[in-house]
Design a protein around this ligand. Structure first.
Ligand SMILES: [Zn+2]
Ligand SMILES: [Zn+2]
Length: 417
């Protein structure tokens, strides 16, 4: 078995690993969008299947490109398809707007979905003598850890994962006896606060803002974060008005249909019924009139309704009565990152100072430091490849000190397993 790292090596974004057995597979085929757009490095030859761990664009966004000149299978869990149907066309619109064109033929999007083959957790799929299995990754709805077996060789690719339960998902479990474990290392140098702590903090902020007669704005990723926030707030606060604006609404509706892939589907549906959907620009002013929680995309404040709300709150007579809380990672160069680190956002090329108080609360859908180490220890693989992080080389060094054969591959590097 051979592995070639095409993207996501020593970076976050455009994750992709080429696996060659008697089949040629791409594990994820993502895109780096915003700030610096980037795609996986080119590969030679035909591909049998794109094996996509989850719908986030850094893992799925470049899949249409595979259909420009070829027709590989696209393997993923059913929710991955549903969520990609929302995210990939949106990504295409952003690329068109920001880059002036698409890096693939427009018709390839449709063709990609026509070649989608759903594979559930534990269901398995064989291509010649290569067996592909998906396991719960605990990251977003339908996210999977991929296990690939060819003859006696087994590799495990984590995609993005979380080893503790969230409101929406079960925890990921380690997979033993792998010859190679390819894993994300996003938060190897950081521990997340416990779920209890973070839920308490979020609800405290909401209560403070309600008492001040302000609005709590949560810029949130449409897929994953929006649903988790709805569940968290509703678990503690039944009566506070919650609004969802942007793609997060469609994503939540889509997720609710995949009852086998969420922890408490009945409860989630009930929560969703109590949430109000902002359907138009006109409704935005109206929604903010009374104290409320507003969950709006985009998560990193790169446009979307979240930015409109920020501008509305900032222009108020008492902007300090409201609050902006980020709960997800903001990439450098985005408005979210600028606000959190420099106190301004970019509006049409001008820097706007934000007067609304803002804060970051770490409601992560990724494994924290302890979980990453524990995953390696419990799965005890022969070799570990650390990717999907800013400093995977440091993570690999630490793993070596614990006696593991670990490496942070560079982009384009090839390994025999
Ligand atoms: Zn992800
Ligand atoms: Zn990712």
């Amino acid at each position: 078995m051979e592995l070639t790292f095409l993207g996501g090596a020593r970076e976050v974004g455009r994750s992709s690993v080429l696996v060659e057995t008697d089949a040629r597979l791409l594990l994820d085929y993502g895109i780096k969008i915003h700030a610096d757009t980037a795609y996986p490095m080119p590969h030679q030859g035909e591909i049998d299947a794109a094996v996509i761990t989850h719908a986030h664009l850094d893992h799925s966004g470049f899949v249409p490109e595979l259909y420009d000149n070829d027709e590989p299978m696209w393997l993923g869990t059913p929710p991955t398809r549903t969520l990609c149907e929302i995210l990939i066309p949106d990504c295409a619109r952003i690329l068109q707007r920001e880059r002036g064109g698409l890096p693939y033929r427009h018709g390839s999007i449709k063709q990609a979905f026509e070649n989608f083959e759903p594979v559930g957790y534990g269901q398995g799929k064989s291509i010649r003598n290569t067996r592909i299995n998906f396991h719960e990754a605990g990251h977003i709805t339908g996210s999977a850890i991929v296990e690939i077996q060819h003859k006696k060789t087994k590799i495990v690719y984590t995609g993005d994962f979380k080893m503790s339960q969230t409101r929406m998902h079960e925890a990921a479990r380690p997979i033993k006896e792998a010859h190679a474990l390819i894993m994300e290392s996003t938060y190897f140098d950081r521990e997340h606060p416990t779920r209890d702590e973070i839920e308490r903090d979020l609800c405290e902020r909401a209560r403070e803002v309600m008492e001040n007669k302000g609005n709590l704005l949560l810029p949130a990723f449409a897929v994953g974060r929006t649903q988790e926030l709805i569940r968290v707030f509703r678990a503690h606060m039944r009566d506070v008005p919650i609004y969802v604006d942007g793609m997060g609404w469609d994503a939540s509706k889509a997720v609710a249909k995949h009852t086998n892939y969420i922890r408490n589907p009945k409860l989630f549906r009930k929560d969703l019924e109590s949430v109000r959907h902002v359907k138009s620009r006109q409704e935005r002013e109206k929604a903010l009139k009374d104290p409320c929680i507003m969950i709006a995309s985009a998560g990193m404040l790169q446009g979307g309704p979240a930015m409109s709300y920020l501008l509305m709150l900032n222009a108020r007579e008492h902007p300090d009565r409201s609050k902006i809380v980020f709960t997800g990672y903001c990439v450098e160069g985005t408005n979210g990152h600028n606000l959190l680190n420099k106190g301004f956002v970019d509006v049409g090329g001008e820097q706007l100072k934000v007067k609304v108080p803002y804060e970051y609360l770490d409601l992560s859908a990724h494994a924290g430091r302890e979980e990453l180490f524990s995953f390696v220890q419990k799965s005890a693989p022969e070799k570990v490849f650390c990717m999907h992080g800013d400093k995977p080389d440091e993570f690999a060094e630490e793993l070596k000190l614990e006696g593991f054969d670990a490496i942070a591959p560079k982009i384009g590097e090839r390994f025999e397993i």
